[in-house]
Structures are given as C-alpha cells and as structure tokens.
Design a protein around this ligand. Structure first.
Ligand code: TYM
Length: 335
C-alpha cells in the first residue's frame, strides 16, 4: 500500500480541504504504517502556478500548508512530507506522460472547463496540462491509493487511463493504476453561502468558507450566518434530500464528530437551525481551534518547516528515481 496526495498552495486552506482530504490522511496514517506501507503528502506548488499567483503568496502559502498538515496530525516521521518542486522527477515524468495523454482526454476535464470559463484561449497551457502533472505525481511512486475529495476523481481516472495506455503502448506492466479514495464522510463540502457550489479557496466571499486560520469568533459567526431554510430538521438524513444547505451543515457536523449524518439528524430532529447552528459552531471551534493554534505557532518557524520539507523531498526523490529511469529506458531515451 502506497498512499499519496497533495494540496495546492493557492489560497485559504479551508474546512473542505480538511474534511475531504487532510482528516482522511491523518486517520489512515496508523493503518498504512501497520500494513508496512508508505504515506506521502505534498504541497503541489507547481500546480499552484497554473493560475496567476503572487510569488510571495505562493511562498507563504507553502509554509502555511505544511504547517496545517503537521498541525492536523500528519507526522513527518511516519509520512513523507515535501513540496513538489524539490522533487524534479515530477516535472520530468510529466513531460514524458504528455506524450501518452491525448488532447481529447484533457478536453473532457471539467476542472479546466470550470476554471477557464469563457476565457479558454487566455488560460495558461499549465492549467490545461494540469491533470498530466497530477498523473505524474501519483504514477511516479506507484501509488496504490490516493485519498482526495470528489472533485479530484476525474483527474485520477485520467491518471489510470494514462498508466494503462503507457503499459499497452510499450508492452510493459510498469505503471500502477492508482485507486481514488474519496472521503465517505465529506466527499464535497459546499459553500456556506450557496450550497450549489463547493467550498473553495478561491471564492471571493470569505463568508462562504471556514478557513483553517479563522479565529473562534469568525467560525461561530460564519456558521450563524450560513444560508439555511426556516424548516426544522427531519428524522433522517434522507429527509433532507431537497434541502442542500441543511444537508451540508449536517454533513459537516457528522464529519467533524465522526458520527453518521443519520445519527446527527436524529439528535436534532424537530429542532430548527437556531439550535443546530450554535452546536455546530461549538463543535467546529473545539475541533479546529487546537489545529489553528498549532498552525499559527508553526507557520512562522520557517526554518523548522523547511527542514521537514527538505528531508521529505530527499526521501521522495530516492523513491522516485528508479521508476523515472525505467520509464525513460522503456521509451528509448538514453539515460
Ligand atoms: P486542492 O488543493 O484543490 O484540494 C486539496 C484536497 O482537498 C479536497 N477538497 C475538498 N474536499 C471536500 N470538499 C471540498 N469543498 C473540497 N475542496 C477541496 C480536494 O479534493 C483535494 O483532495 N489537484 C489537487 C492537488 C494535487 C493532487 C495531486 C492530489 C496535485 N497533485 C496528486 C492528489 C494526488 C488539488 O488541486 O487539490
């Protein structure tokens, strides 16, 4: 079992990233270790370049995300923690896989369509090619499992297609097809202002997301102001199927407390959001507060965080080198 996943350092790390990705990673750490496997988590700084970002912001976010991962419970002794740039094999394999991936496959990627919007011609080539670099990130380590939120599933299916085509074209069994592990508890946390769109780093409204750096008051206030409907909660989660805002808040409550959504709904059945929201705010403050405090303590200690990332990159580079070489040889390159 080899597990890998990454986060782009492009903005405010939020509750969706935590529940959909990081919390899952932390929960799996012991299990992977017991199975004699390897877990690898990285900051996808090269992916961060695919849309304009101020260099200082990219740099600062890289430290912040590393601090957030550690503060959330990713232990750099048990997991390999690094930033993508420091392992050049990601970029090298990405170029090689560019010749395996098909334009038609990339044209189907919904994230590109969403992000480029009407301005396709003005989007960067990097944004278009993004999923190939992401495929390289996981294929480079023969990763077996990739824990992500639902929005990344299509990219991982592409990684599987690239691996299969490479193996077929060259008549080898070299690249391992990774399985996406989409969080069951929180596959897609939605915006607090509009349950039709996902909670995201780039939403211009800060009230739409809970940032991991938000203080207790901000967390409470954002949940208090979260869009909901006037109806009380029903008896089952299923009864909320046409109430996306209610579903979202119950999902967040359940994921934060490691309970099932049905269990949470049953506890608050018949009650309105006037009582549910403060309970959710208290829970979120209790769970996220200690992570934030540790993150705020660690982030400014750049030398310490940097040392962890360097050590992780050295370990990752050593794992990456043999596969990159075999891919190059397989393709006929003189190495
Ligand atoms: P990124 O930085 O957008 O998000 C990091 C992780 O958080 C998950 N996520 C969510 N989960 C639930 N609800 C949400 N609202 C929500 N928003 C984000 C994402 O699914 C992701 O797991 N392309 C990736 C980074 C990446 C990567 C990789 C991931 C680069 N290479 C290789 C895995 C393997 C991304 O942009 O994630």
């Amino acid at each position: 079992m080899r597990v890998i996943s990454g986060i782009k350092p492009t903005g405010n790390l939020h509750l969706g990233n935590y529940l959909g990705a990081i919390k899952q990673w932390v929960g799996m750490q012991a299990q992977i270790e017991a199975a004699g496997g390897e877990s690898m988590y990285f900051i996808a700084d090269l992916h961060g370049l695919t849309e304009w970002i101020e260099p200082q912001a990219l740099h600062a976010n890289t430290f912040e995300i590393a601090a957030a991962m550690i503060a959330s419970g990713i232990d750099p002794k048990r997991s390999i923690l690094f930033n993508q740039t420091r392992v050049p094999a990601h970029s090298e394999l990405s170029w090689l896989l560019n010749n395996v991936a098909r334009v038609g496959w990339l044209n189907r990627m919904t994230q590109f369509k969403d992000k480029a919007g009407k301005n396709r011609e003005g989007a960067s080539v990097g944004l278009y090619d993004y999923p190939v670099l992401m495929a390289a990130d996981v294929l480079l380590y023969s990763a077996t499992h990739v824990p992500v939120g639902e929005d990344q599933k299509q990219h991982l299916e592409l990684a599987r297609d690239i691996a299969a085509k490479f193996n077929q074209d060259y008549g080898v069994e070299l690249l391992v097809q990774p399985a996406p592990l989409v969080s069951k508890a929180a596959p897609r946390i939605m915006s607090l202002r509009d349950a039709g769109s996902k909670m995201s780093k780039s939403n211009p409204s800060d009230a739409a997301r809970i940032n991991l750096v938000d203080d207790d008051d901000a967390i409470a206030q954002k949940f208090r102001k979260a869009k909901t409907d006037p109806e009380p909660l029903g008896e089952t989660f299923e009864s909320l199927k046409d109430r996306p805002e209610a579903r979202n808040l119950v999902t967040i409550f359940a994921a934060l407390s490691d309970r099932t959504p049905d269990d949470v709904v049953a506890e608050y059945a018949g009650q309105g959001f006037g009582s549910f929201k403060p309970a959710l705010a208290d829970l979120a403050v209790a769970k996220l507060g200690p992570i934030r405090d540790e993150m705020v303590r660690l982030t400014p200690d750049r030398p310490a965080v940097d040392a962890i990332l360097r050590e992780g990159a050295d370990r990752a580079a050593a794992l990456a080198a043999p596969l990159l070489r075999r891919v190059q040889e397989t393709m006929g390159l003189l190495v």
